[in-house]
Design a protein around this ligand. Structure first.
Ligand code: SF4
Length: 444
C-alpha cells in the first residue's frame, strides 16, 4: 500500500530548511507522495529512512536529461488522469561514413528543421551520430556535428572504444550513449559513469533488459533509457510492449523498468511503416524515437500529434490579451476583436495575413476559451470588450471608430455600441471567410 504524505512526513527530518526546493518538510512529503520529487533532494534523510521510503516515495519513472532535453518522468497511463510531462523527443541520424561537407550540411539542415504552430516551436530534438568506421572517424564526425548544430547528441556504436572517442569531444553536453547490450553492458556503464552521461540499454527480450538494467544500476548508473528493440517488431506487438512497460513502471513500480523507453527505427523498421510506428510511439509511451531519416512533410504531422498529446489537459493554451498588429496596420486599418484561446488567435491572425489587409487584432481575455465557449460562459461580454478597448488605448491608434466582432456573437452589437460609442460591425462567423471579407472591406 502506498504511503500517504503524512506517513512520509513522519519520517522526514522536519528541519524545514528548504534545501529540497520547497519551503517545508510537509510540502516535500506531499510531493514525494505524488511522485513529483526525488528523495535525494533532501540531504538530511538517514540511510534507513531512504531504504524505507525508496519504493513508495521515488517517482515511478526517472526523468533523464540528454543535453538540455528531459525525457521520461511520467506518472500516468492516461493523459487525462493528470498530464504527461516530457514530450517524446525525435532524433535523426547522421552516419559518420558521409564526407565532411555532407555531415556539415546535414547537421545544419536538421538543426533548422523547426515548425511553429499555435506559437509552439517544434522539430527535430536530437541528432544521433552513428559509427560506421573507426574511433578516429567517429570522433571527427561528432566534432563536425557538434560544431554545426546546437542539438544534443546520441552517440551510436556498439564499440565502447568508439563511443569513448565521441565522449571525449562532447561529454560536457551530456549525450546519450547508445547502447549497452549483453555484449558490452559493463564497459558502457563504466563509460557512462566516468563521463556522467545517460546510457541506453538495448535488449531483444524483457528478461534480458531487466538484467541489463540491474547491471547498470549496480555500476551506479541512474540515468537509463530502455530499448526493447520495438523498432523492428510487428506493430501490434510494439503497442502491447509499450503498454506493458509503462504499466510495469508506473502502476507496479517495478524499479528495473522505471526509466524512459525509446524506439530506434534504424533497427530494421521498413521506411513505409516508420511514420506509423512513430505515431504509435508518440501516442503510447515512447520518450525517444530515433529515425534513420524522415521527410520534413512527415515530421510536421508528428510534431503536431506530439503537441496535442503533451499539452496539459487542465491548462488552456492562451495568448496574452492585448492589441496585436497583423501586417503593418496604419491609422485607417480595421480593428478586429477575438478571444485569447491560442488556436482562435493563431487561426484569425493567419487568416488576416492571408487577406494581405493589415489589421489591428484586439485580443480579449476570455481565460483561454474560444469565442462561443467564452460567450456561453459569460466571459466574452460587451463590458469585457469595452474594458479591453480602453485598456489597450485602441482609440489612440486609429482615426476611425469601427470595431469588427465575430459573427457568432452578433447579439453583443447594440450593448457594445452603447458602452463604447464605436460603430460595431458584425463580421464573419468563421475565420476562414476573413480573407475574402477583409479584401472586400478594403476595396470599399
Ligand atoms: Fe525538510 Fe529535508 Fe526539505 Fe529540509 S531538505 S525542508 S529537512 S525535507
Amino acid at each position: 500500500m502506498p504511503m500517504t504524505a503524512l506517513d512520509i512526513f513522519k519520517l522526514l527530518p522536519k528541519k524545514n530548511c528548504g534545501e529540497c526546493g520547497v519551503p517545508t518538510c510537509l510540502a516535500f512529503a506531499m510531493m514525494l507522495a505524488n511522485k513529483q520529487a526525488e528523495l535525494t533532494k533532501c540531504p538530511y534523510v538517514s540511510p534507513d529512512v531512504v531504504e524505507q521510503l525508496e519504493s513508495s516515495a521515488s517517482p515511478p519513472m526517472r526523468t533523464v536529461k540528454v543535453g538540455d532535453i528531459e525525457i521520461g518522468g511520467e506518472t500516468e497511463l492516461f493523459r487525462h488522469e493528470k498530464k504527461f510531462f516530457n514530450q517524446t523527443a525525435y532524433a535523426l541520424i547522421i552516419e559518420d561514413d558521409l564526407d565532411d561537407q555532407s555531415i556539415v550540411e546535414r547537421a545544419k539542415k536538421l538543426d533548422a528543421m523547426k515548425y511553429e504552430r499555435i506559437g509552439i516551436v517544434s522539430g527535430v530534438d536530437l541528432i544521433g551520430v552513428k559509427a560506421k568506421g573507426d574511433a578516429q572517424r567517429f570522433s571527427d564526425a561528432v566534432t563536425l556535428v557538434n560544431d554545426n548544430s546546437g542539438l544534443p547528441l546520441v552517440l551510436m556504436s556498439e564499440d565502447p572504444e568508439v563511443v569513448e572517442s565521441g565522449l571525449k569531444v562532447v561529454s560536457k553536453s551530456k549525450p546519450l550513449i547508445y547502447a549497452g547490450s549483453t555484449n558490452n553492458c559493463a564497459s558502457m556503464a563504466k563509460l557512462a559513469k566516468e563521463y556522467a552521461c545517460p546510457l541506453a540499454l538495448y535488449a531483444d527480450d524483457i528478461d534480458e533488459l531487466v538484467s541489463l538494467s540491474e547491471v547498470a544500476k549496480s555500476e551506479g548508473i541512474e540515468d537509463i533509457v530502455l530499448d526493447l528493440n520495438l523498432g523492428a517488431k510487428p506493430l501490434r506487438q510494439t503497442l502491447e510492449w509499450l503498454t506493458i512497460l509503462r504499466r510495469l513502471s508506473v502502476k507496479k513500480l517495478f524499479r528495473p523498468l522505471g526509466f524512459p523507453v525509446m524506439i530506434n527505427l534504424d533497427n530494421g523498421a521498413d521506411v513505409e511503416t516508420q511514420a506509423i510506428r512513430a505515431a504509435i510511439g508518440t501516442l503510447k509511451y515512447t520518450s525517444l524515437i530515433i529515425f534513420k531519416d524522415l521527410d520534413p512533410a512527415r515530421l510536421y504531422p508528428l510534431t503536431t500529434l506530439r503537441t496535442n498529446i503533451y499539452t496539459d489537459p487542465q491548462a488552456l493554451i492562451q495568448v496574452n490579451p492585448g492589441l496585436y498588429e497583423i501586417g503593418k496596420p496604419n491609422r485607417n486599418s480595421p480593428v478586429i476583436v477575438t478571444s485569447n484561446f491560442s488556436l482562435t488567435y493563431f487561426t484569425v491572425a493567419s487568416d488576416i495575413e492571408a487577406s494581405k489587409v493589415p489589421a489591428h487584432l484586439l485580443v480579449v481575455d476570455t481565460e483561454g476559451l474560444s469565442v462561443m465557449t467564452a460567450f456561453a460562459a459569460d466571459k466574452f461580454t460587451p463590458e469585457k470588450i469595452a474594458e479591453t478597448l480602453t485598456e489597450y488605448k485602441v482609440a489612440d491608434k486609429v482615426d476611425h471608430r469601427k470595431l469588427i466582432i465575430p459573427g457568432m456573437i452578433a447579439m453583443l452589437k447594440m450593448k457594445l455600441e452603447e458602452l463604447t460609442g464605436w460603430e460595431v460591425i458584425v463580421g464573419v462567423k468563421d475565420s476562414s471567410a476573413l480573407p475574402k471579407y477583409l479584401k472586400e472591406l478594403s476595396n470599399g
